[in-house]
Design a protein around this ligand. Structure first.
Ligand SMILES: Nc1ncnc2c1ncn2[C@@H]1O[C@H](COP(=O)(O)OP(=O)(O)OP(=O)(O)O)[C@@H](O)[C@H]1O
Length: 614
């Protein structure tokens, strides 16, 4: 009795109307899932180091289509872990025993993830976007439009429909940062419902909601399951009486093992059979948690095997891992359309975040003016070289502010790409596309006051070159931070590594120790230094060329115009091992850093997003 329903895709002009909606029965059979000992990746998990930890112990359970399945249990019981297994996000290397089946066949996790929506416990959203924008962007990324990518008008309509369903109409124009915790939770759910997936997995969708809103959400999920044959699994803490009535099947976990699997009536009967008849007006799940020791794990498993469903007539015949329609789905948009949508979304968040835009622009002008006022009109060699070096330190270290932004975005990227919303390459390209003009504006705002106040070479071409170097330094630092943020486990580690490496790059720039005097075993750091190339470029810009080469930097006999010039610009470049030709080669190396770090960023993010995860 498979339901035939018009899919949301077809409303949005996509995969063809009137097709049979795919239905999924997800099962685990005697599944054991382990946490490898800490550091196992380093020493291969050999014996005698540390113990593996069993997070799931022989779990057998089912989530049939058309039912609302609730995974319940005390904190730390393994609910989120089980949900990630059912979502196809678990690491297959951690499956110690048992199997996960979809419609009777081993789960093809990569394909299954495309057919499902997974709402994690934490709300990974853009705080600067409005509620409506968050849903519209999600729709544009995930829905196919009849005339190409981007969801078209159907995307906006779907967003409005969801806001009505989720009770978010009154906050449609409010920024996500300003709405209540419960409203944010509903936005987070909406973002993953937008493409109307056939399977919905939600980790604590009711946490932080008042009882009325929680009931509303669970009722909506139950209706989706019952009316459209969706497979809906959620984890939930202490559901109220009215929510209990909506739950078709419960998987009760304790310490990673199933203590009950089936209907609440069946649970009540089991408790009564063990001498724990439920008193009147007592919540059956709360009571079951208190009497959890009386529910034997092996009985739960036996019950699951012998009575796979308490409802009749809902069995789904094995129809293959993932129906062909879902397998063909691919991405909703072309790579170009993805880059356009993602760049638009990121640009909006940048423009609306003061720490990213207005404050950053003001900081550029003020820093330029401040530094210029310190080195005002200085002409002596030591001060000029000191200015070039300090100027680069400021430019490289100020760009590390982007680290928390990248780390926040990484969570959203992982969430969105895990369900096939778009390609990782589109994210990296769109991010770079937004930073190019933004950092160009910051570079010009910084370069103009500082260049004029310090009184560097007066030629317009020399100023343009200086501004270009400043822009490339900002882009290099931005790509470097983006690359490390793809690897960093968290902000504290990421920040320490970025700060440490920038310090080393400065030390090996050639400013403190001339390049020819750097010990051979440290020379590689000199060539890897992000300071070396722009430092040389700025020195050559000031002291190279016909004008710079003639500039007298030191004279015998007390100096001044009358003395004998013993060091001119050309001599300085020779002394520092620099050549006029470095003017362009150094720009090329900096461009190489910008591109190279972005490519590495893509590779690290790709691995991060494509490995199995929650
Ligand atoms: N990456 C991890 N590293 C260390 N321990 C982990 C990790 N993931 C899960 N665990 C542990 O596994 C157990 C089960 O975790 P899980 O998040 O599945 O529990 P839960 O039932 O969802 O808990 P809660 O209701 O508090 O969210 C917990 O004891 C948890 O500390």
């Amino acid at each position: 009795m498979e339901a035939t329903v018009m899919s949301q895709d077809s409303k949005a002009g996509g995969n063809g109307g009137g097709r049979r909606r795919p239905r999924y029965r997800i099962e685990t059979r005697a599944l054991s899932y382990v946490l490898p000992p800490r550091g196992a990746w380093l020493w291969g998990g050999g014996k005698g180091k540390a113990e593996e930890r069993l997070l799931l112990r022989g779990v057998t359970c089912e989530a049939p289509p058309g039912e609302l399945v609730a995974v319940v249990g005390p904190s730390g019981a393994g609910k989120t872990t089980l949900l990630s297994v059912l979502a196809g996000s678990a690491d297959p290397a951690r499956v110690a025993a048992g199997e996960v089946l979809v419609n009777g066949l081993p789960m093809d996790a990569a394909r299954f993830r495309r057919a499902s929506g997974y709402v994690p416990q934490d709300d990974a959203l853009f705080p600067a976007l409005t509620v409506e924008e968050s849903l519209v962007y999600s729709a544009r990324l995930r829905l196919r439009a009849a005339g190409g990518g981007g969801g078209g008008p159907a995307g906006a309509e779907r967003a409005r429909e969801l806001m009505a369903e989720l009770g978010l109409r009154h906050v449609a124009a409010s920024r996500v940062a300003d709405v209540s915790g419960g409203e944010r939770r509903r936005v987070s759910i909406g973002v993953d419902l937008v493409h109307d997936p056939a399977v919905l997995l939600l980790d604590e969708p009711t946490s932080g909601l008042d009882s009325g809103s929680a009931l509303h959400i669970v009722k909506m999920l139950r209706d989706m399951a019952a009316a459209h044959g969706k497979t809906v699994v959620l984890t939930i803490h202490q559901p109220g009486f009215r929510i209990l009535e909506l739950i078709d099947r419960v998987v009760l976990l304790a310490d990673g093992a199933v203590r009950h699997h089936g209907s609440l009536d069946f649970l009540q009967a089991r408790l009564a059979a063990t001498g724990h008849a439920i008193p009147a007006h007592v919540n059956v799940l709360e009571y079951a948690m208190e009497a959890i020791d009386s529910l034997k794990p092996d009985v739960a498993v036996a019950a699951a095997v012998t009575a796979p469903a308490d409802r009749d007539g809902d069995a789904v015949a094995p129809v293959g891992r993932v129906p062909a329609s879902a397998r063909r789905a691919g991405y909703a948009n072309s790579p170009a359309a993805e880059v356009r949508i993602l760049a638009g979304r990121f640009m909006k968040t940048v423009l609306r975040s003061p720490q990213l835009f207005a404050a950053r622009m003001a900081q550029s002008v003020l820093a330029g003016a401040f530094l210029g006022s310190i080195f005002l009109g200085t002409t002596d060699l030591q001060s000029r070289l000191g200015f070039f070096a300090f100027n680069l330190t400021y430019l490289l270290s100020s760009t590390t502010e982007a680290l928390p932004v990248f780390l926040h975005e990484r969570r959203i990227l992982e969430r969105e790409t895990s369900r096939g919303a778009y390609r990782v390459s589109s994210y990296v390209a769109s991010n770079a596309a937004v930073f190019l003009p933004f950092l160009l504006a910051a570079a010009v705002l910084y370069a103009a006051p500082v260049y004029w106040l310090v009184g560097l070479a007066r030629e317009p071409a020399a100023f343009a070159y200086f501004a270009l170097v400043v822009w490339l330094v900002m882009l290099t630092a931005n790509s470097f931070v983006a690359c490390l943020s793809a690897l960093a486990p968290n902000y504290i580690v990421g920040n320490s590594v970025v700060a440490g490496l920038i310090g080393c790059f400065f030390l090996f720039s050639g400013y403190f120790v001339a390049s020819k005097n750097i010990p051979r075993y440290w020379v590689f750091m000199h060539y890897a230094s992000l300071f070396k190339y722009p430092f040389e470029a700025l020195v050559v810009n000031e002291y190279g060329g016909a004008r710079g080469a003639r500039e007298c930097l030191a004279s015998a006999g007390g100096g001044g115009a009358g003395g004998l010039c013993v060091l001119d610009g050309a001599g300085l470049l020779r002394q520092q091992g620099m050549r006029e030709g470095m003017r362009w080669s150094n720009l090329g190396v900096m461009l190489g850093f910008v591109v190279g770090y972005r490519v590495l960023c893509f590779v690290f993010l790709w691995f991060r997003c494509h490995r199995m995860r929650r």
